[in-house]
Design a protein around this ligand. Sequence first.
Ligand code: AMP
Ligand code: MG
Length: 425
Amino acid sequence: MAEPAAGAPARPALRSLDDALAQLLSHAAALPTERIGTFDADGRVLAEDLVAALTVPPADNSAMDGYAVRAADCAAAGAVLRVTQRIAAGSVGAPLQPGEAARIFTGAPIPPGADAVVMQEDTQLLEAPAGSDVPQVRVQLPPSAGQWIRRAGEDVSAGRTVLSRGLRLTPQALGLAASIGADRLQVSRRPRVALLSTGDELVMPGDVPPEAMKPGAIYNSNRFFLRALLQRLGCEVQDLGIVPDRLDATLEVLRAAAARNDLILSTGGVSVGEEDHIKPAVQALGELQLWSVALKPGKPFAFGAIAREAGGVCHVCGLPGNPVSSFVTFVMLVRPFLLALQGCTALQPPRLAMRADFDWPRADRRREFLRARLNAAGGLELFANQSSGVLTSTVWADGLVDLPAGQTVRRGDTVSFVPLSALLA
Ligand code: AMP
Ligand code: MG
């Protein structure tokens, strides 16, 4: 990319968000995989198709505590049957003869011959008749055939792929894997990410109390949400703290971080000021592949790579310093990139078409992400201050309104809404 002449205004060619993301993804070669215990696989990306070697449930079984019967024996209301066996979950019954019922419990296999289960609330247990030790049960209402029976294979049939490669494992998926006997899973290894904050104005909370903060100093807030976001995405984070606003210091940190990480994630120092050293440092050590995205908030975003001496590359994502810009560029660009590195196939969050209960009269030439909240009337309201420095908006919001470049909104219009819950998972 050509450098602007000294003193000339910088006019970066803005890339659309979709183009920028496509470019990032074109560099996202999948990481190696590893085999881990299913217990430890929540949030990891599956690197194999998981095929069921058995049927679930393995046999027809009872959905209720009650009595397994032959429906034909109970065609008349109040039929009385002999209770000849008891089948608990985990045991197997004997064939049921005409006139017989089996006491049965939820999950226990239906005995051969039975074709319905009557729940115990619809029965009345009777004493054994004189001279017999076989109790009897009265079935109050005629059951329909198949009633309260869970069919073999209604969840999973043997040979079916129950979980596909590229799926990001949820707690439910771990349960399903376990239901077919999978105690270990092949998953992508965790991305190794170096996190660094640039800015001589930054102070760590805890280092200086609020009342002693010097003029011009601010607390480093980005480091906190970025580390948490990375961890939620399954990354191993090497937190390199605050890097001074000097080119030599930036070069040194980037060089060292590149040697042992898959990605370096920085905040701040990525614009065009003399104190912005991320971009020249990446250019000096490797290649800058992208700079500046037509996104609001979040225009200054740098993406590049530094070749490692040991082979391969370490990617670099330079996020803007303004906290909301940093947050939005992370969820819109870095998140899908990190998921793609892990081989994940679903990179985009679900979007909802929602009614705007707000006006947005000022169109911007960049695509905008507005912090919005659901109201009780089923519409969306905006946080009053959409400035890129107002982190409160991101805590207040339920999600982001994705507003195309050049678009205004009138109350009642339908807008595209991305729930934060989908972006933070
Ligand atoms: P920069 O991108 O470095 O020009 O920073 C843009 C704005 O974001 C400035 O007001 C910075 O003080 C602020 N900023 C940069 N880094 C952080 C951070 N880690 N936490 C909070 N604010 C920051
Ligand atoms: Mg700065």
